[in-house]
Design a protein around this ligand. Structure first.
Ligand SMILES: NC(=O)c1ccc[n+]([C@@H]2O[C@H](COP(=O)([O-])OP(=O)(O)OC[C@H]3O[C@@H](n4cnc5c(N)ncnc54)[C@H](O)[C@@H]3O)[C@@H](O)[C@H]2O)c1
Length: 297
């Protein structure tokens, strides 16, 4: 157990992680298990839902792993039915599921819009509706952590419905924090910008992905250097550390807030660290301007 895990004092608690078997969700589940938390996880990826079991058990925690699509209300209910029947308590809920495929709004269909809203907002309502009565059974408070995104905080072209749904999740969580504050049930959000995971790839156009593959890892790292003030993308483990903090009494007076785990990208608010000596500016100047547009760069 590392320093943060030990200080978090989470041993003996139980967490439900929706989308908890793969990618960012897997990182969250393993960090909680390492801190001594028992886990209930559901995931749409059947293989991941199977392989997470021995990984958690090897860390000395128990896990109930369920293969389910969180966007399907009945399947999510089925997951919580099993949590209610099989686990004696619930202290922590992490709603990780979410995602987007880039597209201009007017090129999307009503069905795609409904799916994006369900995947990034609707299921969170259902998850919270089922989880809060289970947390209340313990009468010791609890912590709900919802994943939002930087796109909820800017006008994100080609992410319009995702951005709107995540903004809804953000403000819903703030309202819920007020409603549940007196019971000691805290509600907070984590807003990544870019963290390499399956979801960050599927958010890109196929052409972008192909170009990145052709250019290689170095080009990706250099693009991160241009817009992330800390010069590299946070890893899954960094998001998991933020979850540990928000789940634990280390953050016991923090509720209704968003933790931006993004290497400073949201602080820069669109300013780019242009190459050719321009530094952080919203538009290219000097060297970059010449390089991009003079025709002799
Ligand atoms: N990765 C990033 O750079 C990034 C950036 C901004 C916001 N986010 C947010 O962070 C969260 C996780 O991001 P991610 O998609 O990159 O992580 P991810 O791809 O690691 O997905 C997390 C887990 O959720 C599972 N999952 C996906 N859809 C599901 C469904 N319908 N039902 C059950 N399980 C499902 C996946 O199988 C995976 O195991 C999302 O809410 C996303 O919007 C991520």
């Amino acid at each position: 157990m590392g320093l943060l895990e030990a200080h978090a004092g989470l041993a003996g608690k139980v967490a439900a992680v929706v989308g908890g078997a793969g990618g960012i969700g897997r990182g969250v589940t393993l960090a909680l298990a390492r801190a001594g938390v028992d886990i209930a996880a559901c995931d749409i990826d059947a293989e991941a839902a199977r392989t997470i079991v021995p990984e958690v058990e090897a860390l000395g925690s128990r896990i109930l792993s369920v293969h389910a699509d969180a966007a399907d209300a009945d399947a999510l209910d089925g997951f919580y039915d099993r949590v209610e029947a099989q686990l004696e308590r619930l202290d922590i809920v992490v709603n990780v599921v979410g995602g987007v495929e880039r597209a201009l709004f007017l090129e999307t269909t009503r069905e795609q819009n409904a799916r994006d809203v369900r995947l990034n907002y609707g299921y969170v309502l259902d998850s919270v509706r089922r989880a809060v009565p289970l947390i209340r059974r313990g009468a010791q408070g609890g912590s709900i952590i919802n994943f939002t995104t930087i796109e909820a905080h800017r006008g994100a072209a080609t992410y319009a419905v995702y951005a709107g749904a995540k903004a809804a999740t953000t403000n819903f969580s703030r309202a819920l924090a007020v409603e549940l504050g007196a019971e000691g049930i805290r509600v907070n959000l984590i807003a990544p910008d870019t963290t390499p995971a399956s979801g960050s790839n599927s958010a890109l156009y196929p052409d972008d992905l192909q170009r990145l593959a052709e250019l290689g890892e170095d080009a990706l790292a250099r693009s991160f250097e241009m817009y992330i003030p800390q010069k590299k993308a946070p890893a899954v483990e960094d998001l998991a550390s933020a979850v540990l903090f928000l789940a634990s009494d280390l953050s016991r007076t923090i509720t209704g807030t968003t933790l931006h785990v993004d290497g400073g990208a949201s602080a820069a608010l669109g300013f780019i660290d242009w190459p050719h000596g321009d530094g952080f500016m919203p538009a290219p100047l000097g060297g970059s301007l010449k390089h991009l547009f003079s025709g002799d760069g």
